[in-house]
Design a protein around this ligand. Sequence first.
Ligand code: UGA
Length: 430
Amino acid sequence: MRIAVIGSGYAGTTLAAGLAALDHDVTAVDIDPEIVSSINAGEAPIHEPGLDQLLSEHAGQNLTATTEYAAIRDAAIVFIAVQTPSREDGSIDVAPLRGAVQSAARTLAEESHRDDGHVVAIKSTVTPPQVSALRDEILEIAGDAVHLELAMNPEFLREGSAVEDFLNPNKLVFGTDASLARERLEAAFTPLIADASPAVIHTDPETASMIKYANNAFLAAKISLINDLGNICKVFGIDAYEVAEAIGTDDRIGERFLRSGVGFGGSCFPKDVRAIIAASTEAGYEPSLLSAALAVNDGQPDRMLDLLERHTTPAESRVAVLGLAFKPGTDDIRNSRSIPVIEGLLERGATVIAYDPVATKQMRERFPDIEYARSAREALDGAGAALVLTAWDEFAALNGAFEEMSDRIVIDGRRVIEPQDGMTYEGLTW
Ligand code: UGA
């Protein structure tokens, strides 16, 4: 099938490469010429395990990138995976997405090379009322010139395992209004449906959008709930991980996403929860539980700093921050919990030396004036305290490196460090 993907961020590039791996003819469209050349050279524009390999196998074969919208003229499905940035009040700015949807609809209305119609499938996360507005717009642009159907096909990929998640989805959600979109979307993913047997959910576009928000809101709230319970455990001197392991055996609760600590970051959970709260509030309902989930998450970095202050005066200390990425496996620092922690350390007058295996460059742009180490060992050398913010495997293997600290105070926000003799070790929720 001929497929176009507009927007080559982490979701769009993974989708384009993944669809090429399913043997479709894929055109990736992005306004950034550097991203386009990178894809055409078979190199991933972002750090995502397995993506380079897929791109190098398919670029120049059945995957081409371009800055030209005209390339979508013969696409059976045009996926739109354009960013939807947050506004100050938490709502999302759909202007870039609207621009892409309108350009796609206009190109198809004026220059379509197919007489059997096109499906415009939105991958970007947009609220149900915004989906309705986008449908009205594309149908108006299409008029009688071309048959267009809007679909909503939300994305459930996790950063750091996006390629693997694409190839082994646990569910596919197809939000469609009519049969053409339904049939084409199902056909595009047929090889995955056959191999990975995901749940296939057919619904309307607005419900598909709500499924995406509900999925992320539920997981974010689950993390905040275990963090809230974990904070109770800490004040009672109880290990929250032992409690989580026990309650996780109840399959109504489930064992996953019960890792308590410094909280969730990334481009999705914080942003999507704020966006659905803003959209719902505008429509007349204020979701108090979701607001509480954000409040608990915002409080976790402060709790880490409070624990540090129990053992040392940050202003007199050189503090190693281990882990800058919002989670292991990615160089993404968006909403990383390390950001409020570094801010808090600087406010308290600490000298900060930070280390991350892949995200140093990104954090240097955010905090140009702190020190950065080339290894965790170098960060620990002479440090009076260490805060662990990302669960990179290499931190679990540091062992003797802690002996190089001037004072062995370790505050662990991710439960990755094994406490050692002579170490003052504090877990955030254990
Ligand atoms: C999340 C969802 O998991 C994906 O299904 C979704 O497609 C994606 O958002 C999106 O909307 O695009 P992602 O943000 O990549 O994916 O990362 P997760 O693995 O879900 O982790 C998010 C944050 O929660 C990380 O900071 C992680 O450290 C934290 N977390 C996760 C915990 O603190 N505890 C846990 O038990 C699990």
